[in-house]
Write a protein that binds this ligand. Structure first.
Ligand SMILES: N[C@@H]1[C@@H](O)[C@H](O)[C@@H](COP(=O)(O)O)O[C@@H]1O
Length: 296
């Protein structure tokens, strides 16, 4: 697993947006072979979405052959409610890029048969060959999508009862009135996310520091469902300095040093070379590095 640490939310957003851009460009999507992208809602990805919109407007990125699957949706909230995840995604991203509406997939929290809707969603992901890159945020209790503490790490898309803490946290979007907050949601499972060929989790802010610590320094646990990323062959967490508050100093230095070495090897930036790294550089070809990232 890689841990990328940036100084603040803005830098995290830039990193993630550029990463998404590079992955889509490397993939070279076509109508027959689209890039399948998993997407989250919440405040964590908003900056990333703004930067993706900028990249699109600058002509650096097209979503024409990108198919998206969102992580979750409230049950029973009208689709056009300002707080539905459907509204969130259209207002914050889809309305501002060249994605085809038929390529947007968001769970229908008003489906007459919710279990069937969840099965249909899983089947459609499979039909498209699986998700290439799943972006995610987390809740302060380490939940990923709406996989609250105690969720099975082998879970698939299903109906979930929201944890009381999540309901309270969401009152900020519903006039501070807990009665207005939906208590059920449809969500992709932990395993649905971990099936993606790559998973990138955005973790920012001091209120997520305990969850980041649990995820990076402790074992895989259903009580911190994001920790399942430890078992993923290509898992990347992108966090800001504030989120590292509960990490050991040596953990932060360790991950920063790995990134430093990697950047030096691939010549990705101008970080000054140390003797040992120079030596290493001379022994490794660019091709080897491209295939064997030291982070994985
Ligand atoms: N279902 C969403 C999650 O997918 C999201 O990660 C979380 C954190 O939101 P924020 O990024 O606003 O902290 O909120 C909700 O619970």
């Amino acid at each position: 697993m890689r841990l990328i640490i940036r100084s603040d939310y803005d830098e995290v957003s830039s990193y993630v947006a550029n990463y998404v851009k590079e992955r889509i460009k490397q993939f070279g999507p076509t109508p027959e072979r689209p890039f399948v992208l998993g997407l989250p809602t919440g405040s964590s990805p908003v900056g990333t979405y703004q930067k993706l919109i900028t990249l699109y407007r600058e002509g650096q990125l097209s979503f024409e052959n990108v198919v998206t699957f969102n992580m979750d949706e409230y049950v029973g909230l009208p689709r056009d409610h300002p707080e539905s995840y459907h509204s969130f995604m259209w207002n914050n991203l889809f309305l501002h890029i060249d994605i085809k509406p038929e390529n947007v997939n968001i769970l229908d929290g008003n489906a007459s048969d919710l279990d069937e809707e969840c099965k249909r969603y899983e089947a459609k992901i499979a039909l498209l060959g699986g998700v290439e890159l799943f972006l995610s945020g987390i809740g302060p209790d380490g939940h990923i999508a709406f996989n609250e503490p105690g969720s099975s790490l082998t879970s698939r898309t299903r109906v979930k009862t929201l944890a009381y803490e999540t309901i309270i946290a969401n009152t900020r979007f519903f006039d501070g009135d807990v009665a207005k907050v939906p208590k059920l949601a449809l969500t992709v499972g932990v395993a649905t996310i971990m099936d993606a060929r790559e998973v990138m989790v955005i973790i920012t802010g001091a209120h997520k520091a305990i969850a980041l610590g649990k995820c990076v320094e402790e074992g895989v646990s259903h009580m911190w469902t994001v920790s399942a990323i430890q078992l993923h062959p290509k898992g990347i967490i992108v966090c800001d300095d504030d989120a590292t508050l509960e990490l050991h100093v040596k953990t932060v230095k360790y991950f920063k040093s790995i990134e430093h070495v990697h950047h030096t090897l691939i010549g990705a930036d101008n970080i000054s070379l140390q003797g040992g790294i120079k030596q290493l550089k001379s022994n490794v070809t660019g091709e080897q590095l491209a295939v064997h990232s030291p982070f994985e």
